[in-house]
Design a protein around this ligand. Structure first.
Ligand SMILES: [Zn+2]
Ligand SMILES: [Zn+2]
Length: 168
C-alpha cells in the first residue's frame, strides 16, 4: 500500500470545475495584454461589443498602430481597432462605431471621462487578477488527473478480474 490508487472514497469535492474558463492572461502577463483586457468597448452595439470581446479573449484583438480614417468625417481619428467611425462621430450620430448601424449602444461613449465607471472596472480587474493568482497553482496539475485516476482504476479492476478467472 504505497500509493492511494485504489482509494475511491474521496471526500473532498472535485477541485477543478472549469469555473474559470479560458484565460488569455494566464501565461501572458504583459502590460500590453492587461491593457487590451481592460479595454472598454464603448460606443458599440451589443453584437459588435461581443465580437470585440471575443477577439480580446482569444488573443485575436490587434491594436491599431496608427489612427484609421473615419468613414463619417474622413479624418484619421479612429483610434480603436475594428472601428470604422471615430468616437465623436459615433457619439454625434448615435450609431455603433464598428458597424455604423443605429443600434442600441451598450456602453455609451464617455465624452467627459466619468470617474465612477472607470474606478469600478479597475476594481473588477484587480479582483480577477487576484483570483487568478490563487487558482493558478493547483489548477495545472489537477486538470486532467481526476478522470485519469478513475480510468486507471477501472482498468486495474478489469485486469484483476481477468487474472482471477484465469487462475480458477
Ligand atoms: Zn469621425
Ligand atoms: Zn455594431
Amino acid at each position: 500500500m504505497s500509493t492511494q490508487r485504489g482509494n475511491v472514497s474521496r471526500t473532498r469535492p472535485q477541485r477543478h470545475q472549469n469555473a474559470l474558463v479560458f484565460r488569455n492572461d494566464k501565461y501572458d502577463t504583459s502590460a500590453q495584454r492587461k491593457k487590451v483586457n481592460a479595454k472598454l468597448h464603448e460606443g458599440l452595439c451589443q453584437r459588435c461589443k461581443e465580437v470585440l470581446e471575443w477577439r480580446v479573449k482569444f488573443n485575436k484583438y490587434k491594436q491599431l498602430t496608427q489612427p484609421k480614417k473615419c468613414v463619417k468625417c474622413l479624418q484619421k481619428t479612429v483610434k480603436d481597432s475594428y472601428h470604422i467611425i471615430c468616437k465623436p462621430c459615433a457619439c454625434e450620430l448615435a450609431v455603433c462605431a464598428k458597424c455604423g448601424k443605429r443600434e442600441e449602444i451598450v456602453i455609451p461613449i464617455q465624452t467627459n471621462l466619468g470617474k465612477t465607471e472607470n474606478e469600478s472596472s479597475k476594481n473588477d480587474q484587480w479582483r480577477n487578477e487576484r483570483r487568478g493568482e490563487f487558482e493558478d497553482g493547483s489548477e495545472l496539475n489537477l486538470s486532467g488527473l481526476e478522470e485519469d485516476d478513475d480510468e486507471d482504476l477501472d482498468l486495474l479492476m478489469k485486469q484483476d478480474k481477468t487474472e482471477r478467472t484465469e487462475l480458477q
